[in-house]
Design a protein around this ligand. Structure first.
Ligand code: TXE
Length: 485
C-alpha cells in the first residue's frame, strides 16, 4: 500500500499549519536522489501569520524572568538529548551526511547551543557609571522584538539552534526559515519546543524557498533583527534588503580557508587533522580547510601520507555505521564540484586522489549524489580553483618556502572565515596567527569550538559575530539611562 509522504508543515503560534497557498515541494533524500517527504512551499502570507503570532507573544515572553526562560531552554536541550538517535537519523537522511557524524556532532551541538544560552542569560552583567557628581548612568539591555533567522542546509539543526537559542533566550520572539533542502530536523525541533512548554508564538518556523519566504522575512518591516547563514551571493541580497529598513543584521557566509603546515609540525597529527578539516561533512562546512599549504621540505612526505590516509575514507550509504563520507546535499552541489574538478585540470592541476563519483555504493544509493574525496596539486595560488568556494570534498595542496610567503598566500582571498596553522614553534604560531586575516585561527587543531568565543568572518565571509557574549549583545538593544543626582 502506497503511504502518503510526510508533509512538513509550518509551525506558527504553537500549531502545525498548512501553507496558505496549499503548495508543497518534494524533499529529496541525497543518498538516493528520490523524494521521501514534502515541505511547505510557503510565501509572504505565511510570514504575515508568523509575524502576528510573534508580535502577540512578545510582551509576555520578553517579560518572562530569565530563570523561567532558562528553564524552558534547558528542557529543550534535555529533549534533544533524549531524542538524539531519532534526530540524528532524520538529519542523516535529510542531508546525506553520515549518521555517525550527525550523532556525534550535529545533534549534540544543537543541544549544547540551547544549554549554553539557557545558562548564559543567568550570568549577564550590566554596565553602570557614576558621572562625576552630577549623574548616575546605567545600561539596560532589552530584547529587540521579532528576530528573523535564516539557516543553510549543511548543518541544519546545529546552525538553526545557534540562532534560535540566543534570540529567544534574551526575550525576543523568532520567525525562522530553515533551508528548503533540509527541513526535517527543524520540523522535529518544533515538536520538542512544544513539549518543553515554550509558549505559543515565541518560535515560529515557516518553510519554503529563499525568494518566497527568506525575502519576505528580510523585507518585513516588523522583523527588526536578521541573522543569516548561507552563501556570500545570497548574503549580499539579504544585506541589500535590510539596509533601507535599518535592520540589525548578522551574516555568516562562505569561506576559502587556508590550512598551513610547517615542516616542524607533528606530522601525524597535522595529517589526521587535515584529512578531517578537508573532508568532514563531505567538505560542506564553511570552516573546511580547502587550501592546504605545506612547507616545501615536508611537501612530498605530507602529500604521500595525506593521500594514503584520505584514500581510506569510506564513501558509502550514510546510514551505514562504517561510512565516513556520505552524499552531497543535492545535484546542484554535485555538479558544482564536478565543474571545479574539471576547471582545476584546465588550470594545470593534477588530480592525485579521487576526481569522480565512486563505484556503486549499493542498490539503494545508485542514484545518490556521491563524490570521492579529491586532492589536486600543481595549481597556481591565484587560479579560480584556489579562489572560489567549492563547498565539496575537493582540496588543493601547494608548497611554500617561508612564513612571509605563506601568510601572503593565506590572505590572498576575498574570504576571511577560518584558518589552521600546524607548527611546534610557539613563537611562530602566535606570529602567523596574528597576521592571518580570518575570524578564527586554530593552531594544531581544527573545529575545536568554545561557545563563549566570538565566531564569524571578515571580508566576504560575513559581518558581525555569533557565539557567547557577542550573540547576547547582537539580539539585545542597549539603552543608556542617565539620572541626574
Ligand atoms: O545557500 P543559500 P545555498 C555556500 C556554499 C554553497 C553556496 C550556496 O558555497 O554552494 O553558499 O548554497 C535562504 N533572501 N554556503 O544556495 O542560497 C535559503 O533558502 C533570504 C555556505 O544552499 O545561501 C537558505 O535557507 N533568504 C554556508 C539560506 O538562505 C534566502 C552554508 C541559505 O541558502 C534568499 C551553506 C534570499 N534571497 C552554503 N535566497 C555557510 N556559511 O556555512 C536563499 N535564501
Amino acid at each position: 500500500m502506497r503511504t502518503e509522504p510526510l508533509q512538513i508543515r509550518n509551525f506558527i503560534d504553537g500549531q502545525f499549519v498548512e501553507p496558505v497557498g496549499g503548495k508543497y515541494l518534494d524533499n529529496i533524500e541525497p543518498a538516493t536522489g528520490k523524494p521521501y517527504s514534502q515541505v511547505a512551499d510557503s510565501d509572504g502570507r505565511d510570514i504575515e501569520l508568523a509575524v502576528t503570532a510573534a508580535n502577540k507573544a512578545f510582551p509576555n515572553w520578553s517579560h518572562t524572568s530569565a530563570a523561567d526562560r532558562s528553564r524552558i531552554l534547558l528542557r529543550i536541550a534535555d529533549l534533544i538529548e533524549r531524542d538524539l538517535e531519532k534526530l540524528a537519523r532524520a538529519e542523516s537522511i535529510d542531508t546525506g551526511k553520515p549518521l555517525s557524524l550527525a550523532r556525534t556532532m550535529d545533534i549534540p551541538r544543537a543541544g549544547s547551543n540551547f544549554r549554553f544560552f539557557a545558562t548564559a542569560i543567568l550570568h549577564t552583567d550590566s554596565e553602570a557609571h557614576i558621572t562625576d557628581n552630577v549623574a548616575f548612568n546605567y545600561t539596560l539591555r532589552q530584547p529587540r522584538g521579532l528576530a528573523g533567522l535564516i539557516s543553510p542546509w549543511n548543518l541544519p539543526l546545529y546552525l538553526l539552534s545557534w540562532k534560535i537559542a540566543p534570540a529567544i533566550a534574551v526575550g525576543n520572539t523568532a520567525i525562522a526559515k530553515p533551508s528548503e533542502l533540509t527541513p526535517m530536523t527543524a520540523y522535529l525541533l518544533c515538536e520538542l519546543c512544544r513539549e518543553a512548554g515554550l509558549p505559543n508564538g515565541v518560535l515560529n518556523i515557516v518553510h519554503g524557498t529563499g525568494p518566497n519566504v527568506g525575502a519576505a522575512i528580510t523585507g518585513h518591516p516588523k522583523i527588526g533583527t536578521i541573522s543569516f547563514t548561507g552563501g556570500t551571493v545570497t548574503g549580499r541580497k539579504v544585506a541589500e534588503m535590510c539596509a533601507p529598513l535599518f535592520k540589525k543584521v548578522s551574516l555568516e557566509l562562505g569561506g576559502k580557508n587556508p590550512n598551513i603546515i610547517f615542516a616542524d609540525a607533528e606530522l601525524d597529527a597535522a595529517i589526521a587533522g587535515s584529512v578531517r578539516s578537508s573532508f568532514a561533512n563531505q567538505g560542506q562546512v564553511c570552516l573546511c580547510g580547502s587550501r592546504v599549504f605545506v612547507e616545501r621540505s615536508a611537501y612530498k612526505d605530507f602529500v604521500d601520507r595525506f593521500v594514503d590516509k584520505a584514500s581510506k575514507l569510506k564513501v558509502g550509504d550514510p546510514l551505514e555505521p562504517t561510512t565516513d563520507q556520505g552524499a552531497m546535499v543535492n545535484k546542484t552541489q554535485l555538479d558544482k564540484v564536478k565543474f571545479y574538478v574539471d576547471l582545476a585540470q584546465k588550470e594545470g592541476g593534477k588530480v592525485v586522489l579521487g576526481g569522480s563519483a565512486p563505484n556503486l555504493i549499493n542498490d539503494r544509493c545508485q542514484d545518490g549524489y556521491f563524490f570521492q574525496p579529491t586532492v589536486i596539486t600543481g595549481l597556481p595560488v591565484s587560479c579560480r580553483t584556489n579562489r572560489e568556494e567549492i563547498f565539496g570534498p575537493v582540496i588543493t595542496i601547494t608548497p611554500f618556502d617561508d612564513e612571509e610567503e605563506v601568510i601572503g598566500y593565506a590572505n590572498d582571498t576575498d574570504y576571511g572565515l577560518a584558518s589552521s596553522v600546524w607548527t611546534q614553534n610557539l613563537n611562530r604560531a602566535h606570529r602567523v596567527a596574528e597576521h592571518i586575516h580570518t575570524g578564527t585561527v586554530w593552531v594544531n587543531c581544527w573545529l575545536v569550538r568554545d561557545l563563549r568565543v566570538p565566531f564569524g568572518g571578515m571580508k566576504q565571509s560575513g559581518v558581525g559575530r555569533e557565539g557567547g557574549e557577542e550573540a547576547l549583545r547582537f539580539f539585545t538593544e542597549p539603552k543608556n539611562i542617565c539620572i541626574a543626582k
